[in-house]
Structures are given as C-alpha cells and as structure tokens.
Design a protein around this ligand. Structure first.
Ligand code: MRU
Length: 363
C-alpha cells in the first residue's frame, strides 16, 4: 500500500469529493458534496461509510455548512447538529462534528471559513498518521504471534477480517487492514479471509476490492464460514475495525463481529480490534448496555445488489414480501473477547484500567 488511494478530497471549487461506495466494486464513481443536506444524504444512504470516513465527511460537511450559515455560529450549530444525527453508532461522527463546532465558536465571521477548512483537513491528516502507526504496531505484534506459533518467515499468515476497515473506511491505510498492508510491505506472505458481511456485503464488495488493488491474496467467505476455518487451524489472527469502543473496552462493530470473536475465543485465536483514538467513547462505561445500535431498513436484508451478465447493476429480491426482516447494523463484542486494542499509541488491553491509564489525557 503506497498511500495513493484516497476516500475523499477537496476539489478546486473547495467542495468535497467522495467515492460512491454503494457502487463498488462494479463502478467507480465520484460524488461531489456541496452543502449540509448532501453531506447528510451521503452519510445516511451510505455513499460514504466506515467510522473514520463518516467522521471526515461530517467535518468537511460542517465546513460547507458554515458557508450556508453565512458564518453565523448559531445557524451553524443547527446545521451541524443535523449532520451529527445522520447515523447513530459510529462515534467518529459526533466526535468530528463536536470538534469542528468547538473550533467554530472561537472564530470571527471573517476567519471561520478558512479555519474550519483547515480543521477538517487536520482531522483527516491526523487520522492518516494514526493509521500508519496502527500499521506498524499491528504488524509487529502479528509477526511476534506467528513466530511464537512456530511459523517461519516464509509461511503464510492467515488473517480473518469482517466488514470493511480499509482505506475506504479510515484514511489512508484503514484500521484493520493497515497491519495487513504493512506485513505485505515487509515481504511477509499474507492471506486474508474476507467475511462477505451481509446484509450490505462490505467485505465481499469493498474489502475484496481494496485488497485486490494492492495484490493482497484473499478469499471471500460466506459469513457462516469463519468458525469452521478457525476450528481447522486455517486462521492465525482475527482483526476488525470498530465504530465505537466504550471506556471498559467493549467494541461496537459491524453486525456479526461478536460471533467471530466467540469463535476465536473457543479456538484460542487472537482477536484484535484496530481503531484511532477518535473511535473511543469514554462517556460510556458499559458498551454492551449503552452503545446505541443502528437499525436500518429491512430492504437491505430482503434485497441483494450485484451485476447481471450484461455488467449492469441490479437489485434482486431474495425474501418473500410477506416475511418480516430485521436489520441491526452493528453488534457489541464484550471486552473479554478482545485480545488487544491497536491504536496510534500501541496495543492496549481491552479493560477499564488499561484504557484509563493509556488515554488519561483524553478522558
Ligand atoms: O455500516 P458501515 O459500513 O459504516 O460499518 C462499517 C464498519 O462496521 C466498519 O467495520 C467500521 O467502521 C470499522 S473501520 C472504521
């Protein structure tokens, strides 16, 4: 991975450009976001998704909103709050909006535009550095783990991941995929088991696409396959990203993550979670009880998207209309199932004491 991939950027008109992640891997289309409503729509309809990129989009959204608000702080607060409420689980969204609004309150009308643009760029740049550090800490740890298992430097490291936590989700290396890119850069042989991640298939559509861009060997598996692979010794390490991690180390991530963590525990396979510090919610002490979980439309379960033989994107119904469906976007993996939290500061145990000690300056 050489950092050539960007999930979002400003164009010459100072509007935000994002990739339409709903169409990947079949079509690569750029979408231009020029105002508050377009920012909200892009987050809600998942044109952009993934905790980090949602936060970045929201930060630039607040910058765009400031123009709409005529640089009036009270009007800006109202627009920002609408952006803040566009999705409920990934805390990077609220974190980024709050940071932007806090900075806006220190500005005059004359300086607000330039200051907010720079703050959104700063948020994004800080995340790029965080992912580079996650890459190094994670790869160091994974090399130690497989060495302990008796694997040689020539052996393939088999890593299982769920959903998409690559550069489409966190600029510019991703969180869970960052150590994988780093291992490959170090000349290690890596193979990734990619959970398809129903119902929206972020693994099959986005992670597989990302990995293929960088020639990382990978195999897409149906979501139910991971447990069997772990039992058969075909997985060395599991790693996922996170949408919100509570003060006690519970992890909210894409629905299905918890089941993989349970299988990993039963098979004595390390289960890591990678995140920038902006994904912590230190106000929540019990993630299982208190992290809000998004419920999305049942249509995401009842319909599936793909391309037909002519290469055209189509949507097919796979559940009869009369049946109900329920679509929780995320689940919570309790801290006790997490082997370590990989952040830009290193690897921290997933428990209250360790988190409070490592991140005392952020509490
Ligand atoms: O609903 P999504 O696609 O936004 O969910 C994304 C995930 O759950 C990712 O795994 C998560 O954001 C971690 S990587 C930043």
């Amino acid at each position: 991975m050489n950092g050539q991939y960007k999930a979002l950027w400003l164009n010459k008109d100072e509007n935000l450009v994002v990739l339409d992640q709903r169409l990947l891997p079949f079509e690569k289309k750029e979408v231009i976001i020029t105002n508050t409503q377009e920012c909200i729509d892009a987050i809600k309809d998942m044109t952009v998704r993934g905790a980090g990129v949602i936060g970045n989009t929201a930060a630039f959204g607040v910058y765009l909103a400031s123009k709409e608000a005529g640089f009036d702080i009270e009007k800006l607060k109202i627009l920002s709050n609408k952006i803040r409420e566009s999705r409920p689980t990934a805390v990077n969204l609220m974190w980024a909006v709050d940071r932007m609004v806090a900075v806006a309150t220190t500005c005059s009308k004359e300086t607000m535009c330039a200051v907010l643009k720079q703050e959104a760029i700063n948020i994004t740049d800080e995340e790029v550095i965080a992912t580079q550090k996650i890459a190094t800490y994670g790869a160091d740890e994974f090399e130690k783990i497989v060495e302990k298992k008796g694997k040689s430097k020539e052996d393939t490291i088999n890593i299982l991941t769920h959903c998409n936590a690559g550069w489409l989700a966190i600029v510019d290396l991703g969180s869970a995929l960052a150590p994988i890119y780093e291992l490959q850069k170090r000349g290690r042989k890596v193979h990734v088991w990619v959970d398809e991640t129903r119902p929206r298939n972020q693994g099959a559509n986005l992670t597989a696409w990302e990995l293929s861009q960088d020639n990382v060997p990978h195999t897409v598996i149906a979501d139910n396959t991971g447990g069997y692979l772990m039992q058969q010794g075909m997985v060395d390490i599991c790693i996922t990203g996170a949408d919100r991690v509570s003060r006690n180390g519970d992890v909210a991530n894409k629905i299905g993550t918890y089941l993989k963590a349970l299988s990993a525990k039963d098979n004595d396979i390390p289960f890591f979670v990678a995140l920038p510090t902006s994904t912590f919610d230190f106000e929540i002490y019990d993630g299982v009880k208190d992290i809000p979980i998004e419920t999305r439309s049942e249509d995401e379960v009842k319909f599936i998207r793909g391309i037909d033989k002519k290469g055209e994107i189509q949507e097919l119904q796979i559940v009869q209309s009369v049946s109900n469906a329920i679509n929780y976007g995320f689940d919570i993996t309790p801290a006790r199932l997490v082997s370590g939290l990989i952040t830009q500061r290193g690897i921290t145990k997933a428990d209250l004491k360790s988190i409070e000690k490592e991140f005392s300056d952020l509490l």
